[in-house]
Design a protein around this ligand. Structure first.
Ligand SMILES: Cc1ncc(C[n+]2csc(CCOP(=O)(O)OP(=O)(O)O)c2C)c(N)n1
Length: 626
């Protein structure tokens, strides 16, 4: 079906193709990507944008010895196709299948695991330092998008790389997009480099122009280095990269394999660190993705003929959050919303349009976002930072040092808490309870349903101390009927259902947090059929826990079960155990959650089942313990 792709063996083939063949090959790769990703879902638009780049990299470099690091790694599908994994694309992102990100365990050609943004320059520099110490000769190349370049780590790494003699090659893949339109001063700067004809022309013309000035001869031009620089500074806003000590080559058409190959070869021959600025189109070659790169950044299965996805009718937690933010903003003039490049994913698009002056997209900069919120809170604003659980890991110290010590009234709206599914280890939000629960002054809440998120958000915004509100991906299970708490009290849990006990019966109390309440409701039914009546409690505050209620359960000799969509260590289960240990050594507690382990990719339902957090698994664990 594919003339070249079907015959393709390995990347040495690419070195033997001429440019016309490579263009045909690029077209086939795009068709293959659309065909496969339309079935599995995945990061389509970014991959469509790097087809020529990947071919050129494999043409010029030799990944048997040269190292290639993909920042974020969501754009490495083409590389995977070309490094021996083409036949595994039917299982992309599925349980047991190939990952949507580079994985050292998956291939010898994946040199560094990524998933979170802005790490590639640091990792490349580390590998290059090791190369030099070991007396090796390979190149180390990092590919970083303009979105990923907004992350603090990338700036830290550039700062270090510019000053060292260690050579690395950085490819800056500039498509002007993060997930949504890229933001920030760096993005503006790149835009100037790309658009300002004065700049590109001036670069070539500077000597020529100076020579034309009457009285300025060749010798004088050569001795006018400083003045040339001064003129460059005047006309070009800043020679930022060069001034930092990194050679700049660009802007280059990132869809022209010949041009790319020439520049990459040139970079190979330069002995210092180089940044190559290439311009690409996100979604290139597939009209629906080119028109709407945001939608096709990370997409579920879709119809490749018309680009349409299945639209779900359930309200997601993210939508509910965004809608409630709009409602609260109407009466609370101090409310501001912050996102670190996740406007749409966190449900804030509508808010950003309705309240542009109260909406802040800071780029992929979670650490900055937290401390920015702290500054705002010091001056009386009410910041809500909406962030995915996994990305907040970046900002642990900022939460501890800048928010919690000062007890600043900030709401951390932690979306995608718990298992998220197909993105795998790097994205599962199963650590937030653990890393937040031992920070003093931090209150942690988790709603059991979408409606409860709204009630909690409204309540949290009114409090005068830091609150983390964690909620899962998706929405509620349509088969469960739950109504939200109406009256929230700090550290008070909600008894959803009282067990039905006689003198002989074993008393069981299930304490569930967030999404796990739904699963517990199903499990309660199953246990009831097995003759076990359970008391079901919504542990809506993970911190502080409801000590009064816990004490009562202990005194009444309940068998206590905690359930959370988090690792057990440091989460709800740990907090409950720690407290119970202070009042008795008699009571047994069963903690259900994840062990201290990374959870692989798979669908959420599949993973709940495997890790025994679905109704069957919970029922089985409780029956075994009893
Ligand atoms: C620390 C962190 N925050 C947020 C994200 C979510 N994220 C994944 S890709 C992406 C945008 C990356 O843009 P860019 O680097 O320009 O790559 P492109 O997809 O445009 O090629 C974001 C925000 C992440 N992976 N890591």
């Amino acid at each position: 079906m594919y003339k070249i792709l079907d015959e393709y063996k390995d990347f040495t083939d690419i070195k033997n193709m001429d440019y016309d063949q490579l263009d045909v090959f690029a077209k086939e790769i795009r068709e293959f990507l659309v065909e496969k990703v339309s079935k599995t879902g995945g990061h389509l638009a970014s991959n469509l944008g790097v087809v020529e780049l990947t071919l050129s990299l494999l043409r010029v470099f030799n990944v048997s010895s040269d190292k290639l690091i993909w920042d974020v790694g969501h754009q490495a599908y083409v590389y995977k196709i070309l490094t021996g994994r083409k036949d595994k694309f039917d299982n992309l992102r599925k349980f047991g299948g190939i990952s949507g990100f580079p994985k050292r365990e998956e291939s010898i050609y994946d040199f560094f695991d990524t998933g979170h943004s802005s790490t590639s320059i640091s990792a490349a520099l580390g590998m290059a330092i090791a190369r030099d110490i070991n007396g090796e000769k390979n190149e180390v190349v990092s590919v970083i998008g303009d979105g990923a370049l907004t992350g603090g780590m990338a700036f830290e790494a550039l700062n270090d790389a510019g000053y060292r003699k260690t050579k690395i090659i950085i490819i800056l893949n500039d498509n002007q997009m993060s997930i949504a339109k890229n933001v920030g001063g760096m993005s503006k700067y790149l835009n100037k480099l790309r658009l300002d004809p004065k700049y590109t022309k001036f670069k070539e013309d500077v000597d020529f122009t100076l020579k034309k000035i009457p009285g300025v001869g060749k010798g004088m031009v050569n001795s006018m280095g400083k003045m040339k620089d001064a003129i460059k500074q005047l006309i070009v806003p800043s020679m930022l990269f060069e001034d930092m000590g990194i050679k700049y080559l660009g802007p280059i058409d990132g869809h022209n394999i010949k041009e790319l190959s020439e520049v990459l070869s040139m970079a190979k021959n330069i002995k210092d660190s180089v940044i190559i600025h290439i311009i690409t189109t996100k979604g290139k070659g597939y009209e629906f993705a080119e028109k709407n790169p945001n939608k096709f950044h990370g997409i579920g299965p879709f119809d490749s003929e018309n680009g349409k996805t299945l639209v779900s009718s359930i309200e997601t937690y993210s939508n509910a959050f965004g809608n409630e933010m709009i409602e609260i903003a109407k009466s609370n003039k101090n409310l501001v919303a912050i996102t670190a490049a996740m406007r749409d994913g966190t449900g804030l698009s509508k808010f950003s349009k309705m309240y542009p002056e109260r909406f802040f997209d800071v780029g992929i900069a979670e650490q900055h976002a937290v401390t920015l919120a702290a500054g705002m809170a010091c001056q009386g604003l009410k910041p809500v930072f909406a962030v995915y659980s996994t990305f907040l890991q970046r900002a642990y110290d900022q939460v501890l040092h800048d928010i919690s010590i000062q007890k600043l009234p900030i709401v951390l709206a932690i979306d995608r808490a718990g298992i998220v599914g197909e993105d795998g280890e790097t994205h599962q939000g199963i650590f937030d309870l653990s890393y937040l629960s031992h920070i003093p002054n931090m209150t942690i809440m988790s709603p059991k349903c979408v409606e409860e998120l709204k009630v909690m958000l409204r309540w949290a915004v009114e409090q005068n101390y830091p609150i983390a509100l964690r909620y899962p991906k998706g929405g509620n299970n349509a088969n469960v009927k739950i109504s939200p708490i109406r009256n929230i009290k700090l550290g008070k849990w909600e008894v959803i259902y009282e067990g039905d006990y006689n003198k002989q019966s074993k008393k069981v109390a299930i304490l569930s947090a967030g999404k796990m309440v739904e699963q517990s409701i199903f499990a309660k039914e199953k246990l009831s059929k097995a003759g076990i009546s359970c008391t079901l409690i919504n542990a809506c505050f993970i911190k502080p826990i409801d000590k009064e209620l816990l004490k009562k359960l202990v005194q009444e000799n309940y068998f206590i079960v905690t359930i959370e969509d988090n690792i057990i260590h440091g989460g709800l289960g740990s907090l409950v155990l720690e407290y119970i240990n202070t009042i008795t050594s008699d009571i047994r507690v069963l903690n259900l959650g994840y062990n201290n382990e990374f959870i692989p990719q798979g669908s959420v339902e599949q993973l709940y089942k495997i890790y025994k957090l679905d109704a069957d698994g919970i029922t089985e664990s409780i029956l075994n313990s009893l």
